[in-house]
Design a binder for this molecule. Structure first.
Ligand code: URA
Ligand code: SF4
Length: 204
């Protein structure tokens, strides 16, 4: 095991045994995240739901199936991406995570980002968006590329929104299409330059 893998394993162990907020009292198990530790794309959702809490993996329920569909339709796959959530334990009855729970949990997310070092962070829903851009409105900024701290951010509606309210589906479909194009463009750029210099991307 490399030092990098060991650091991520240790972090996952810390998360699984964490008692820093009240959500540890009602969880079946914590859900640290899933995907390759070298992923170029990180997806960040809100919180584990019923199935995630049972299985210990993110996005394995209905929202996860819809996410997989949207990825594959646009030339991406779960195997390409690391997925995690703003809070790692399921809130009772899937209520929204509370500010103190987010504050207690987000150092784990920040460390995951530091270690995995993704080029692109896709935020799903408003909690993930507002962790990076406090006060930003998801209905205004979804589908728009933003840059911060040397990373590319791409905010999207939460796939569960599309499942509960079909009126959000066209926006989700459109945003995933743009994400697929963005990733293709980044990969081409990297291929051409043989390097990591994605900062002058035409999309900005
Ligand atoms: N919704 C989320 O935000 N995260 C999951 O892991 C599952 C559903
Ligand atoms: Fe710890 Fe986060 Fe779970 Fe709260 S939600 S107990 S901070 S891992």
């Amino acid at each position: 095991m490399t030092d990098h893998e060991r650091a991520l394993h240790n972090l996952e162990d810390q998360i699984r045994t964490c008692t820093k907020c009240r959500l540890h009292q009602t969880r079946t198990q914590a859900v640290p995240g899933d995907g390759p530790y070298t992923a170029e794309i990180m997806f960040i959702g809100e919180a584990p739901g019923y199935h995630e809490d049972k299985q210990g993996k993110p996005f394995v329920g209905a929202a996860g199936r819809y996410l997989n569909h949207l990825l594959e339709k646009n030339g991406l796959s779960r195997a390409d991406v690391y997925i995690t959530n703003i809070v790692k334990c399921r809130p009772p009855k899937n209520r929204d995570p509370l500010p103190d729970e987010i504050a207690a949990c987000s150092p784990y997310l920040d460390r995951q980002i530091e270690l995995i070092n993704p080029r692109v962070i896709v935020t799903l829903g408003r909690f993930a968006l507002q962790h990076f851009f406090p006060g930003a409105s998801i209905t205004r900024v979804h589908g728009q590329v933003r840059e911060k701290d040397g990373r590319i951010f791409f905010p999207i509606f939460h796939p569960a929104a599309g499942l509960h309210q079909p009126k959000w589906q066209p926006a989700l479909e459109e945003d995933f299409k743009r994400l697929g194009e963005l990733i293709r463009e980044l990969r081409e750029k990297e291929g051409e330059e043989g390097g990591d210099d994605y900062e002058q991307l035409a999309l900005f």
